[in-house]
Design a protein around this ligand. Structure first.
Ligand SMILES: *[C@@H]1O[C@H](CO)[C@@H](O)[C@H](O)[C@H]1NC(C)=O
Ligand SMILES: *[C@@H]1O[C@H](CO)[C@@H](O)[C@H](O)[C@H]1NC(C)=O
Ligand SMILES: *[C@@H]1O[C@H](CO)[C@@H](O)[C@H](O)[C@H]1NC(C)=O
Ligand SMILES: *[C@@H]1O[C@H](CO)[C@@H](O)[C@H](O)[C@H]1NC(C)=O
Ligand SMILES: *[C@@H]1O[C@H](CO)[C@@H](O)[C@H](O)[C@H]1NC(C)=O
Ligand SMILES: *[C@@H]1O[C@H](CO)[C@@H](O)[C@H](O)[C@H]1NC(C)=O
Ligand SMILES: *[C@@H]1O[C@H](CO)[C@@H](O)[C@H](O)[C@H]1NC(C)=O
Ligand SMILES: CC(=O)N[C@H]1CO[C@H](CO)[C@@H](O)[C@@H]1O
Length: 653
């Protein structure tokens, strides 16, 4: 979702920037240069028609510092309405220099009051209205204290003479016949009383000569006539509000600009971006909702009313999902007949767990099964792997067990290279498993049949104690199947002959499997080993060793001399005894434990009658025409049988 969001954002940003760049104005080449002849940019921002090149309608001079000049006067500012020049106080500035301000395209406006000195004619002047200004001008020429100056200061303003002309009347000004032009003040009328706007400033009105307006579309035109340059006509262009440019057709023209331009661009951006934004937000919302729904579905569990009673035994699928990092393959501990087992760490308690995923075909019998799981979950024995709880989801049942750090026993027996357990450890494991199985068979309020005792179901805890795992699981398969056809659950090689025949699991069938397990541990070999030429059946092989008079020959070679012979012999014989084809001949779990603890002596056994006759017995039940019991062909016959059993089992998964 985040990836999608990021790309959507990028797309959006790209679109917005595209809109902005598309709106940018392309500059129009200007025929009139606004840079000084020296190559220095003018300090003032001049625009057409002002400039320094001869191509400019209003050509200004440029000072060495890059300042625009009119005559000797520094241009302060150039606006679409007026040009303002600086008239620095100078007592002995010749009066004639004022004539430079009357150009072809500009003239002083009537807003100016010019300060004069040593004039022949007097004129009323209301200029120094305030004491400050009066003082300044009065003292102006006194301070300079030049012998050829006099402080006969006067001034001229149109207003003071009751004239209301646009320009300072040059004729009348020159008629005053003054000697000096020391300064000027720009006045502004406020409530019919003119007030000084700026001292040492003079405002010029400007125009481009011509009878017709030559302004661009979005510019206003100011037409002027009877101009001081000889009574000609002129015009001035000014961009409309919200437009940029000089407004002249010969200049840059005008284009939409700030703030309206910005506003409009914003509007444009908004009209395009807003729906996109809304779309984006809506899609984000939809994505969010979808992801929430997906998440919900992902973690959806099956929870029925009857399950509420199981409270603490029920785990949240989400917790298990997080614990196993989403049932990652890296967390996979193993895959057995009943499902895959994952390692996990519970998010809140940080407890290590093993989660077994069991798939079940139907909800039928689920209630009974869960009830049984819960009741089995109450089983507590140091040689049982504790079932902590369960979780149900769709077609899956998840069983949560204690995590066994040392894994299953089979890897210590068969894996190459072997991580072997020494005999003492093995014997302890055997006794532990026996004790756990006794608890299942006799120690609890109900008889619990394990149904799948084998080395790979024995797990080793941190102290290498053997613990029985997966007890009762085979029941799931019983529950899940049609009651009319009973299927056999278990593992080939550990299945008691009568189990395959009747389909009934009893304590005796568990004993048979335990026998196979004992031989496995003692011999370090699987109950059936598929060889190149023929298969080795462990029971047969051990009993043949016994027949030859040396049962210890069958013991695991990797154990070497360290094994205690009596214990080894005991385990081997016990293994054969438990693997007896006749269930009545097998000892009970209590007896087995007593033999192992040395509390009871083993009865003298004969090797005959054990061997694979039990297997042939089973075999003859199913496939009469192949009933052969010669030792050499037993393995072959068993292979056939095992394939039959396997097909039985696989049909059930
Ligand atoms: C001239 O224009 C630039 C930007 O166009 C502005 O930063 C600068 O202040 C202007 N200078 C004057 C004197 O107006
Ligand atoms: C610029 O300088 C030249 C030569 O000194 C003069 O003729 C012209 O009137 C001046 N122009 C302005 C605008 O001051
Ligand atoms: C101005 O000049 C007069 C003589 O003309 C002189 O006496 C006076 O001290 C001068 N004042 C200043 C401020 O220089
Ligand atoms: C200054 O003007 C007064 C009259 O206003 C005159 O008497 C005086 O001689 C003048 N001084 C100079 C230096 O021109
Ligand atoms: C200007 O008008 C006012 C009154 O309107 C008058 O007092 C003043 O004398 C007039 N000034 C001139 C120079 O005519
Ligand atoms: C300037 O003054 C003269 C003389 O007073 C007058 O004839 C002329 O019309 C005035 N010019 C303007 C433009 O007012
Ligand atoms: C300003 O003067 C004009 C005429 O000169 C007059 O009509 C107007 O009422 C005056 N305004 C104020 C605010 O005095
Ligand atoms: C300093 C100066 O130029 N003063 C002159 C002022 O005007 C009178 C007559 O108008 C002249 O005589 C002065 O020389």
């Amino acid at each position: 979702m985040s990836k999608m969001a990021r790309s959507t954002l990028l797309l959006l940003a790209g679109m917005v920037s595209l809109i902005i760049t598309a709106g940018a104005h392309e500059a129009v080449p200007q025929p009139c240069s606004q840079t000084c002849g020296t190559g220095m940019p003018a300090k003032q921002n001049l625009t057409y028609p002002f400039g320094f090149s001869p191509g400019c309608p209003i050509q200004l001079n440029c000072s060495e510092d890059g300042d625009a000049l009119i005559g000797e006067f520094l241009v302060q500012s150039v606006s679409p309405d007026a040009v303002v020049v600086t008239i620095e106080d100078k007592c002995d500035r010749p009066f004639g220099s004022i004539d430079h301000l009357y150009g072809r395209n500009y003239a002083p406006t009537g807003k100016n009051s010019v300060l004069l000195n040593n004039c022949t004619q007097s004129s009323p002047c209301d200029l120094p209205t305030t004491q400050v200004i009066q003082d300044q001008f009065q003292s102006l020429c006194e301070r300079s204290n030049k012998t050829n100056t006099n402080t006969s200061m006067s001034c001229y303003s149109e207003q003071a003479n009751n004239y209301s002309t646009e320009f300072l009347n040059r004729t009348r000004l020159f008629a005053l016949d003054c000697k000096y032009f020391p300064s000027s003040i720009l006045m502004e009328a406020q409530n019919n009383v003119s007030a000084p706007l700026g001292v040492q400033l003079l405002q010029l009105e400007w125009w481009v000569n011509g009878d017709e307006c030559e302004c661009s579309e979005d510019a206003d035109c100011v037409q002027l006539s009877g101009l001081p340059n000889g009574g000609g006509n002129g015009f001035r262009c000014k961009c409309e509000h919200g437009f940029l440019g000089d407004g002249f057709m010969a200049g840059t023209g005008s284009w939409r600009g700030s703030p309206e331009r910005k506003k409009e661009e914003m509007l444009k951006v908004l009209t395009i971006a807003l729906p996109l934004m809304v779309l984006f937000v809506v899609s984000m919302l939809i994505m969010g909702v979808v992801s929430v729904i997906r998440r919900k579905r992902k973690f959806a569990e099956v929870l029925e009313d009857w399950e509420r009673d199981y409270g603490p035994h029920r785990f949240k699928y989400k917790d298990l999902y997080i614990a196993t990092k989403g049932f990652r393959d890296q967390e996979l501990l193993g895959a057995g007949g009943f499902g895959r087992v994952y390692r996990g760490i519970l998010p809140t308690s940080k407890m290590e767990i093993a989660v077994k995923k069991v798939s079940h075909e139907s909800g039928q019998g689920m209630r009974e099964f869960v009830a049984e799981v819960i009741s089995i979950g109450r089983l507590r024995h140091r040689n049982l792997v504790s079932l902590l709880g369960y979780c149900r989801r769709k077609r899956e049942l998840l069983l949560v067990y204690d995590y066994m750090p040392n894994g299953s026993l089979d890897k210590y027996l068969y894996n190459q290279p072997k991580v072997t357990l020494n005999w003492t450890q093995r014997f302890r494991v055997i006794k532990g498993v026996a004790s756990g199985l006794l608890y299942l068979h006799e120690g609890w309020e109900q008889v619990v049949i394990h149904r799948d005792i084998k080395a790979s179901n024995i797990l080793l805890d941190a102290e290498l104690n053997g613990r029985l795992g997966d007890f009762g699981l085979a029941r799931l398969h019983d529950h899940g199947t049609d009651p009319q056809t009973t299927r056999v659950a278990g593992t080939v090689g550990y299945l008691a002959p009568e189990h395959t025949r009747t389909g009934k699991a009893t304590r005796s069938t568990d004993m048979f499997a335990f026998g196979a397990f004992l031989l496995e541990v003692a011999c370090g070999r699987r109950p059936i080993e598929h060889g190149d030429t023929e298969d080795v059946i462990l029971v047969d092989w051990v009993s043949s060793c016994w027949d030859r008079g040396d049962i210890l020959e069958a013991s695991d070679l990797t154990l070497g001399a360290e094994s205690v012979e009596e214990e080894m012999e005991l385990v081997l014989k016990l293994g054969l005894m438990c693997s007896h084809p006749d269930p009545l001949m097998r000892p009970s779990m209590r007896q087995v434990l007593q033999y192992l603890e040395g509390d009871l002596l083993m009865p003298e056994l004969l090797s005959s009658g054990i061997s694979s006759s039990g297997l042939t017995f089973v075999y003859s039940e199913g496939l009469d025409d192949l009933a052969v019991s010669c030792p050499s062909s037993t393995g072959k016959a068993f292979t056939d049988l095992s394939s039959v059993a396997e097909s039985l089992l696989s049909g059930e998964r």
